[in-house]
Design a protein around this ligand. Sequence first.
Ligand code: ADP
Length: 157
Amino acid sequence: MTIAIYPGSFDPITNGHLDILKSGAEIFDKVIIAVSFNTNKKGFLPVNIRTKLIQESTKDIPNIEVDFFEGLTVDYARKKGANVLLRGLRTSFDFEYEMQLSQTNHALFKDIKTVFLITKPEYNYISSSCVREILLNKGDISDFVPEPVCKYLKENY
Ligand code: ADP
């Protein structure tokens, strides 16, 4: 059984993240989407809300588990018995950063391999930071995020 961890901030989860996650769930037996957080860094949404929104957005996909963790991704992967990290690629800017991250993770945990999936063109430009910016300026985010996220953000921000 191949378990993949899809780690990220997901602050909030976007349609781009969801696209990568769905493809990952078709490839791997189980995908754990895990919100990484740092107690000393305040994000936009609290971790429990980010997790809840991911749960609501992925409830139709059976082989997905939603979780959160603090600390090194490789330590979390070891604990979960996973040997794949799933990450998404949009542009060459992502590539430079992701290559370094992947090599660092591999140096820390020899059994871990990072698998990259390239997003569909229609989600290429979407990022959590641009969603937050649009929201703060009262723009329409409905094309960028899953329906439960859109509903929550419109009601609360
Ligand atoms: P991090 O803070 O770890 O970069 P993010 O939540 O920003 O966390 O992203 C998690 C993963 O999802 C990263 O691999 C990132 O490249 C990928 N990702 C983010 N937005 C998109 C998108 N629109 N399409 C595909 N992958 C994406």
